[in-house]
Write a protein that binds this ligand. Structure first.
Ligand SMILES: Cc1cc2nc3c(=O)[nH]c(=O)nc-3n(C[C@H](O)[C@H](O)[C@H](O)COP(=O)(O)OP(=O)(O)OC[C@H]3O[C@@H](n4cnc5c(N)ncnc54)[C@H](O)[C@@H]3O)c2cc1C
Length: 381
């Protein structure tokens, strides 16, 4: 399985999936047939999470092939990402608390043999060890496997979910602060309080097509307890009406300027920010930072072909910019943390219209959000 870091490749993957496999998606999506047989899912997340292709483009393309009714499951999954993002935007402390907890737990577990065995894939659970290696080698795991992995980590290996979420962020090509942190909280039973996700032997056997045997798990564990609750922090995500001729910063999650809401505006220059590992609280693996750098290069090349003035800059360089500039809002995560920490007040955010509109429906659970999907589709597609 390979993830070529280019928009051309992502579009080919999208077209191929829609033409050949979308029809069976809702029936087969939960099966993990292994890294060499991934046709039943789209494998688009490394591209969507970097904005190489976007949600509107994918949904549009799928609706050209099948009706909304035939497509509903796939569209819901595509919009999960926006829901998780919106949920976190309305409760930013959930991210900050996670990072604070992680710092302490990391220190306490740095010599813990159970933890070291887990991240080396040396536990006595064969499937788990397999997935650790798969994650490190392919930088992707199937959704169901992410659920089993997190559940085994928390409830059978008895390790803190915060360290598991860090391990995923380090190695996933699609590492996304909202989907990942909230995905782990959900498995632990603190996102929907008291409802944890328990992996079971029969379920793993069935949905891996019997690729693993003899899986001894703790199938009766109680949820992780957390007293923290987050009230909604109502913020306005308001865009300026008329854009002036200033430069535009683009971070790692919006790397196709030509499909953004701002594509028709004239900017003085576009600056693509390469964060690398310079100021991250979670250090990414070399494969992941390389993947990001290649995606930045691919965006630069595409902008160059359109004669748009563009440069790749390091995150350090944006501290030295004194003029007023715009930035496509990077969302809660390490880039926004850097801007806030350095009080870069000369940066004015531009919000994606799809986010602006959808995030108002993220105040409750996903089942509530789902009711608004037709409204979202009607407005943007
Ligand atoms: C513990 C845990 C951690 C996760 N961490 C991440 C992460 O860091 N980054 C990330 O992008 N996803 C994460 N996910 C969500 C999901 O597993 C992946 O988005 C999905 O597996 C990507 O594979 P795909 O593109 O083949 O998905 P498909 O099944 O083909 O789905 C199509 C698209 O829908 C979106 N999508 C599908 N399921 C979800 C979901 N549960 N949450 C959010 N978006 C979804 C993705 O953009 C995906 O590309 C996590 C899930 C769990 C349980």
């Amino acid at each position: 399985m390979s993830f070529v870091p280019s928009r051309t490749f992502a579009l080919e993957k999208l077209n191929n999936f829609i033409e050949k496999n979308l029809i069976d998606y809702s029936r087969l999506r939960n099966f993990d047939y292994g890294p060499y047989n991934r046709a039943n899912v789209s494998c688009l997340s490394p591209y969507v999470s970097h904005g190489i292709i976007n949600e509107i483009e994918i949904i549009n393309r799928s609706l050209k092939k099948y009706s909304f009714v035939k497509n509903e499951k796939f569209i819901q999954e595509i919009l999960w990402r926006i829901y998780w993002k919106g949920w976190l935007e309305l409760r930013p402390n959930a991210w900050l608390d996670y990072l604070n907890d992680l710092k302490k737990i990391r220190e306490n577990f740095k010599n813990n043999q159970n933890y070291l065995n887990a991240i080396e894939g040396k536990t006595n659970i064969e499937c788990f060890n397999y997935w650790v290696n798969e994650l490190k080698e392919n930088n992707y795991l199937h959704n169901h496997t992410r659920m089993w992995f997190a559940s085994i980590w928390i409830f059978t290996l008895n390790l803190p979910w915060q360290l598991g979420a860090e391990f995923f962020m380090q190695h996933l090509y699609d590492g996304d602060v909202a989907s990942n942190t909230l995905g782990w909280r959900w498995v632990a039973g603190i996102q929907t309080q008291g409802k944890n996700y328990l992996a079971s032997e029969w379920n793993i056997k069935k949905f891996t097509n019997n690729r693993f045997q003899n899986i001894k798990l703790n199938e009766n564990a109680a949820s992780i307890l957390s007293k923290k609750t987050y009230s909604i922090n109502n913020r306005d995500f308001v865009n300026v009406e008329i854009l002036e001729n200033k430069s535009l910063l683009i971070f790692e999650n919006n790397l196709s300027f030509e499909i953004t809401d701002f594509k028709d505006n004239k900017f003085k220059k576009i600056l693509l920010v390469d964060h690398k590992n310079n100021y991250r609280a979670i250090n990414l693996s070399e494969r992941v930072t390389k993947f990001k750098s290649s995606l930045l290069e691919d965006q630069k090349k595409r902008l160059g072909e359109k004669s748009i003035d563009c440069e790749i800059v390091s995150i350090d360089e944006i501290k030295n910019i004194t003029e007023n500039i715009y930035a496509i809002y990077p969302s809660i995560g390490e880039n926004l943390d850097f801007i806030n920490l350095n009080r870069l007040k000369n940066i004015q955010f531009l919000y994606r219209k799809l986010d602006q509109f959808s995030w108002q429906y993220c105040n409750k659970g996903f089942f509530n959000f789902k009711n608004y999907i037709p409204k979202i589709i009607q407005k943007f597609i």
